[in-house]
Design a protein around this ligand. Structure first.
Ligand SMILES: [Zn+2]
Length: 543
């Protein structure tokens, strides 16, 4: 099966075939920098990061451009309100936006151009549109003449005749629906020289100019929120195809994410932000993994409810994943190294370091191993089951993601995989020394690498546990995993208490052993006594 994408333009799912076989050109509309970004603005960022990652997972080279709108009416309004130069506003919020991206651990943009740095390119595109007869100059303004572009309305499905017949609202515009490509300067507003006098570009034109400059004409994927379909994306099509009528369609696949809603209300920056919707405030309480889990647990085209309960659910889901991985590490480490059951097969040398290969497909040889009869027949029953579950998970993950990036279903498959593996490793009969540890190392690698498609960085949080005895761990990170700051034990302290408890049990001092267990429990540390020793996990403490 191959990847299918729901295309807003055709209103159906279509097989994904990029213009160039191995390369994908992708453009997503970025934020207007006049305020801190909300979790609503973070949704397209997280969603299209997942889209890019999955395309890379499939082996494509992805050129991903996202813009920053730093010329816009809302910025000028905000500057006037604060009585400062507009660049004070754009610099402050561009810096904040870049910090937010860094804290979300989303980067690797091919280019991230700003509108203010694109003025000469924007002017060139407007000149082409005028030359081709699709725009007119009225005073110092330039308008796109919608009546000349016969495909206007093809993306949003609107009837152009209805729009054209509506009453005119402006003296200089020929039709109400005509939109601004260039605005003449008003006193006190930022402006640049142009063939039409001093002025500034309209909002829509920057995305046409930027995508053409950095990706050449003809995008494979153009993304953004569903609220941008009309007029923004409709206008981007009109501008781009009017500037280059000989080059065909501007975009092959239009992808739009649904909105984040707060009890039926759309989250919008322009209406004023509540403190709890601001991404940087959420990032103080929740790790990037948790915020990504929250966003990607719903299909990207569906509306997504914003609530603290939903974020708490995501936090529990991430904690469940981390606990499972910690158990795996514990089991892998507890194998008797001289055991005769140890196989010579080594997947990735990761059994010593537990660090995974960043290559998504580092486990492709698992399929070959499963097909290898001699290898497979010599496995223990538990190993055979583990390999079977690995194979099933890999298939279901791909099937889900190939179906219009259904991350919600893929995450469901992930927990299904863990559940099935738990039936083996949590069974009282389970003996780690009877299975080939490589199968669990492969499980570990797969969980780490496949979840990178969602933008998760689970190893970072796991390492945080391993080194949390050190004093340089920030208290913020500890807060991330839901700990009450006053009630925190680091790993070294936990291990020491478990050691003392083991000793007490050996000496049959069960009162003391119970006291230690209760103490650990009060810190949210849950113990489980197993044949191999005592394992522990952190439970979230309700604050
Ligand atoms: Zn745009």
């Amino acid at each position: 099966m191959s990847l299918v994408i729901y295309n807003t333009l055709t209103r159906k799912k279509q097989e994904f075939i990029p213009t160039n076989k191995d390369e994908v050109k992708m453009y997503v509309c970025g934020p207007t920098v006049y305020n801190y970004i909300s979790v609503g603005n973070a949704r397209p960022i997280i969603v299209f990061n997942m889209v890019r990652n999955y395309l890379e997972f499939l082996g494509y080279k992805v050129k991903f451009v996202q813009n920053i709108t730093d010329i816009e009416d809302k910025i000028i309004k905000k500057a006037n309100e604060e009585g400062v130069h507009f660049s004070v506003i754009t610099e402050r919020y561009t810096k904040a936006f870049l910090e937010d991206l860094k804290n979300l651990e989303i980067n690797n943009f091919y280019f991230m151009p700003k509108a203010s740095e694109m003025i000469p390119d924007i002017i060139l595109v407007i000149e082409k549109i005028i030359q081709n007869g699709f725009a007119y100059v009225a005073g110092g303004d330039v308008y796109f003449d919608v009546s000349k572009f016969k495909n206007y309305g093809k993306l949003s499905g609107q009837d152009i005749n209805e729009m054209l017949s509506s009453e005119e609202e402006s003296f200089s515009k020929r039709n109400k629906v005509d939109f601004t490509l260039w605005k003449s300067a008003k006193p006190g507003e930022p402006s640049w020289d142009s063939p039409w006098g001093k002025g500034r570009p309209g909002w829509h034109i920057e995305c046409s100019a930027m995508s053409i400059k950095y990706l050449d004409y003809g995008l494979d994927i153009h993304g953004g929120g569903i609220d941008l379909v009309f007029p923004h994306h409709e206008n981007e099509i009109a501008q781009s195809e009017a500037a280059f009528p000989e080059k065909g369609d501007f975009v092959r696949y239009w992808m739009h994410n649904g909105m984040i809603e707060v009890k039926e209300e759309k989250m919008s920056k322009s209406k004023g932000l509540k403190e709890e919707w601001i991404l940087r405030n959420l990032l103080n309480k929740y790790s990037p993994n948790i915020i990504k889990m929250y966003i990607l647990s719903t299909h990207y085209r569906s509306p997504l409810e914003f609530s603290i309960e939903k974020l708490e659910e995501a936090k529990k889901a991430i904690e469940k994943l981390l606990n499972f991985l910690r158990n795996l590490i514990f089991l892998i480490k507890s194998v008797k190294k001289d055991s005769s059951t140890q196989s010579n097969y080594s997947n990735s040398n990761s059994s010593s370091s537990y660090s995974s290969n960043s290559n998504y497909n580092s486990n492709s040889n698992v399929d070959i191993l499963i097909e290898d009869k001699e290898f497979y027949e010599n496995l223990s029953d538990d190993d055979k089951k583990i390999f079977l579950y690995i194979k099933q998970f890999k298939q279901e993950f791909k099937k889900s993601m190939d179906d219009d990036f259904n991350s919600a279903r893929a995450i469901g498959e992930l927990f299904n995989f863990i559940k099935k593996l738990n039936t083996i490793i949590q069974s009282p009969d389970f003996n780690i020394n009877l299975i080939k540890t490589e199968s669990l190392v492969i499980v570990y690698d797969i969980l780490i690498n496949y979840t990178k498609v969602f933008g998760f960085n689970l190893e970072k949080e796991l390492k945080l546990f391993e080194i949390s005895g050190k004093k340089d761990i920030s208290k913020d990170k500890i807060k991330d995993i839901g700990k009450d700051l006053g009630k925190w034990l680091d790993d070294a302290e936990i291990k020491e208490l478990i050691k003392q408890r083991d000793l007490a049990r050996k000496q049959k001092n069960f009162k003391k052993a119970d006291e230690i267990r209760n103490k650990l429990s009060s810190y949210g540390i849950i113990l489980e006594d197993r044949k191999e020793g005592t394992i522990w996990k952190r439970e979230l403490v309700n604050q």
